[in-house]
Structures are given as structure tokens and as C-alpha cells.
Design a protein around this ligand. Structure first.
Ligand SMILES: CC(C)(COP(=O)(O)OP(=O)(O)OC[C@H]1O[C@@H](n2cnc3c(N)ncnc32)[C@H](O)[C@@H]1OP(=O)(O)O)[C@@H](O)C(=O)NCCC(=O)NCCS
Length: 156
């Protein structure tokens, strides 16, 4: 498996993959993926094997007062045909590697539907913990739980 930065052309497969992966909950994630990637503060990585795309992750950076950065995993999607083979874990590891090289990182956060066992399990395994049980609702109406990972060596 190869991990590399998301390129504009990746939208050709990534948008339909996002649409498919999130279809049990909501529509519009293909367009949402394109909209997020049009933002300067959102970047992504893709996982491929023999040039076949397996999945991708998008990471946003939000500045907050005092120069501290909060990062957010806005979307992760893995092709269902390669589920449970470590692709999601590799994408999250890539995000955390990238974030560790940045100054002033306070946390990497995300919102997840608590009934989404695959996602909750993935994030827990990567060291994310629940910060807020009732963090609002997703566009499809599902409840959101806020989880976060914090670098151990920083106190900010
Ligand atoms: C969540 C998702 C990205 C996981 O990707 P994946 O490549 O299948 O995950 P991995 O193989 O890397 O699994 C890593 C860990 O996550 C957890 N996990 C993954 N799938 C799981 C499942 N179906 N049930 C329970 N735990 C699961 C396990 O802890 C797993 O480790 P293990 O296999 O050693 O037990 C994928 O299921 C997906 O794209 N889902 C649809 C989109 C989505 O829900 N995105 C997240 C929204 S917040």
C-alpha cells in the first residue's frame, strides 16, 4: 500500500467513493468532498495498491486564538471491498505523522456517529478518546460524538 497526498484528479474516484461509503446515513458526500478540497485549509492523503485507489482521508486546520491550531479529520472513506485490511489505520497514522511535524498543534478532533462501530473502533485504536458525548447532529440527523487525539509532548 502506498500513501500519497490527495491530488485534484483523485476526485474522480474519491467523490463516488465518499457517496457510496456514507449512503447508509446521508447523500451529498461526493459534492461535499469536492467542496472541502476547494478550501485552502483542507488537505488529504490517499491510499493506493498497484495504482488502485483504496481510500482517502481529509484533514482540516482551524486556527484559534493564541496561534494554536486545531486539526479536524473531516472525512475518511475506505473502499468496502478492502474493509478491515488496515487501510483506515494507515490513513489515520499518516494524518498523525503529518500533524506531529506542525508547530502549535493542540489536538486532532472529529465527530462520529456513536453507532458507527467501524469508525469508533478505528479512532479508539489510534488513540482518540471521547471529549463530548452530545456534540450535535450530522446533516442526516444522526447524533455526533466528539473524539480527539492530543500529542503527548505538548501542554498547549
Ligand atoms: C471506518 C473505516 C474508514 C474503517 O476503514 P478500514 O480500512 O476498514 O479499517 P481498518 O482495517 O484500518 O481497521 C482498523 C481498526 O478499526 C476498527 N474497525 C474497523 N472496521 C471495524 C468494524 N467493522 N467493526 C468494528 N471495528 C472495526 C478495528 O479496531 C480495526 O482494527 P482490527 O482490525 O485490528 O481489529 C471504513 O469502515 C469506512 O470507510 N466506513 C464508511 C465511512 C465512515 O464511516 N467514515 C468515518 C466517519 S467519522
Amino acid at each position: 500500500m502506498i500513501l500519497r497526498p490527495f491530488e485534484f484528479e483523485d476526485l474522480r474516484w474519491a467523490a463516488p467513493l465518499a457517496e457510496r461509503c456514507f449512503s447508509p446515513w446521508d447523500q451529498g458526500y461526493g459534492q461535499q468532498t469536492a467542496d472541502w478540497l476547494a478550501q485552502d485549509n483542507i488537505r488529504g492523503w490517499v491510499a493506493t495498491a498497484a495504482e488502485t485507489p483504496l481510500g482517502f482521508v481529509l484533514l482540516g486546520a482551524w486556527g484559534v486564538p493564541e496561534g494554536v491550531q486545531v486539526w479536524e479529520i473531516v472525512l475518511i472513506a475506505v473502499d468496502p471491498t478492502t474493509a478491515r485490511k488496515g487501510v483506515g489505520r494507515s490513513l489515520i497514522a499518516q494524518v498523525l505523522r503529518a500533524v506531529r511535524t506542525e508547530p502549535f498543534v493542540r489536538e486532532v478532533r472529529l465527530d462520529v456517529d456513536p453507532t458507527n462501530a467501524a469508525a469508533v473502533g478505528l479512532f479508539q485504536q489510534a488513540g482518540f478518546t471521547v471529549q463530548q458525548e452530545n456534540a450535535g447532529t450530522f446533516s442526516g440527523g444522526q447524533p455526533a460524538v466528539r473524539m480527539a487525539w492530543r500529542p503527548k509532548h505538548r501542554s498547549n
